[in-house]
Design a protein around this ligand. Sequence first.
Ligand code: DLL
Length: 436
Amino acid sequence: MEQRYFNKEIETMPRDELTALQSEKLKKQVRHVYDSVPYYRALMDEKGVTPGDINGIDDLYKLPFISKSDLRETYPYGMLAVPLSDCVRIQSTSGTTGKRVIAYYTQHDIDIWEECCARAIVAAGGTKDDVVQVCYGYGLFTGGPGINGGSHKVGSLTLPMSSGNTDRQIQFMMDLKATILCCTPSYAAYIGESLKEKGYSPDDNSLKAGIFGAEPWTEEMRRDIEKSLGIKAYDIYGLTETSGPGVAFECSEQKGMHINEDHFLAEIIDPDTGEVLPDGEKGELVFTSLDKEAFPLLRYRTRDICVLDRTPCSCGRTHVRMAKPMGRSDDMLIIRGVNVFPSQIETVLINEGYAPNYRIEVDRVNNSDTLDVYVELSPDQFTDTVGAITAMEKKLSAAITGILGIHPAVHLVAPKSIERSEGKAKRVVDKRKLHD
Ligand code: DLL
C-alpha cells in the first residue's frame, strides 16, 4: 500500500536527526519552564538540577516528575508558562476523579496539536476528498476540537457533529456520505448497532475508516466494530495534559501507535520506583512536551500502562510506537489480590460471542471481594429458558476464570438493558470505594 504522510520530512526523519531535534527542543523547553513556572523551578531546585545540566535527551532522567496531584495543587494558573494574554483557548478534563485539569494553549500550541491530529487522519487514509464525521464531544473535551482542527488542516469536509443524537448522526452519515468516522470506540459500536437496527447492512454506508480513541479498547472490539461498520478501525491516543488527541496514532500497519516524537518525548517508568525502564518493558507512560508554550509539562506521569517499541515500522515512519494502553494504573482493580484490567474481561466476552455491552461490579462482602459481570445478550442470543441461560453463564464464567484466575458471578441480562455510551464508557462500579 502506498504510504501517505501529512509531514513526510518529520514523520520519516532518520533517528539520529530526530534525536538531535529533540535534544535541541528539550534544552530550550527546560529553560522556558524554569524561567516561567515558579512551581517547577522549586521542584528542580529541590532536586539540585538546573537548566544547564540538561544538554540533551540523555539528561531527561535528571528532571523531576509532574503528576496529576501537582496540577491540582497549582490549579488554575500555577503551571502556566506564558502571560494569560498570550493564550487563546483552554480545554479541560471531565474531572470525574477530582478537580478538573485546565490546559492552556497559545495559537502555536493549537497549531501543533492540530497538525498531530492531521497526521493521524492522513495515516488512516484521509485526504481533502474525504468527509470526516467528528462525533467526539465538542466543548471542554479535547476530542471534538482537536480532530476538527486536524481535519481542516487535511482539507477534508468536516462534519462537527459532537456526540449524541444517534439518529441525526446516521442521517448525516448517509446523506452526506461520510467516509471517516471519529468517536470513542464504545460510541462506534453503538452506531454500528443502531445502523443494523435500522435495517442497514455494513455495505450501505460510505465509510472506509474510523479513528477511535479516548478510552481503552481491545483488538476483539476492533474486529467487532470493523465488521459492523464495514471499515478499517484505527486507534488514536492522547490526553488533555499534553494537548488532546493525536499524541500517538496508528498507521496502516497497526502494530502500535506512532508517538509524535518531535513534540512529545516518551519514557516508560516503573510506577512504584520511578525508575526508567528499557524499551519493551511494561510500565507507566511519561511525556515531556517539547515545544508547547502555554502549558509545557515536563516528565508528566500519565498513569497509562503500556510498552514502547522502537523497531522500524514498514510504513516508513521512524517515530516510536506505543502499544494499546491496557488501562490506567488507577483503573486497575485489585480483586482478591489479583490485578484485573477491565480490558481482559472484554476480550473474553467478545471471544465468547457477546457484544461489548457489559458492566463490572466489585464489592466487599464479609471481608472478601466479589466480582459480578453483567453481560447483555443480543436479540439472537436471547432465550427465556432458564436452563439455557444458566448453562451460558457457567460457560462464560469458566472462560473468565481461565484468564483472570478468579471466579466471577456472570449475569446475562436482556437486550438493551445496559446503558449505551456516547462518549467514554463507564464500565466499572467499584462499590468498595463507595463504602470507604
Ligand atoms: O481522551 C483525548 C482523546 C480524545 C484521545 C479523542 C483520543 C481521542 P482525556 O479526556 O484527558 O483526553 O483522557 C486521557 O484517556 O490518559 C488514557 O487513559 C485514555 N485514552 C485516551 N486515548 C486512549 C486510547 C482524551 N486510544 C486518557 N486507548 C488517557 C486507551 C486512551 N486509552
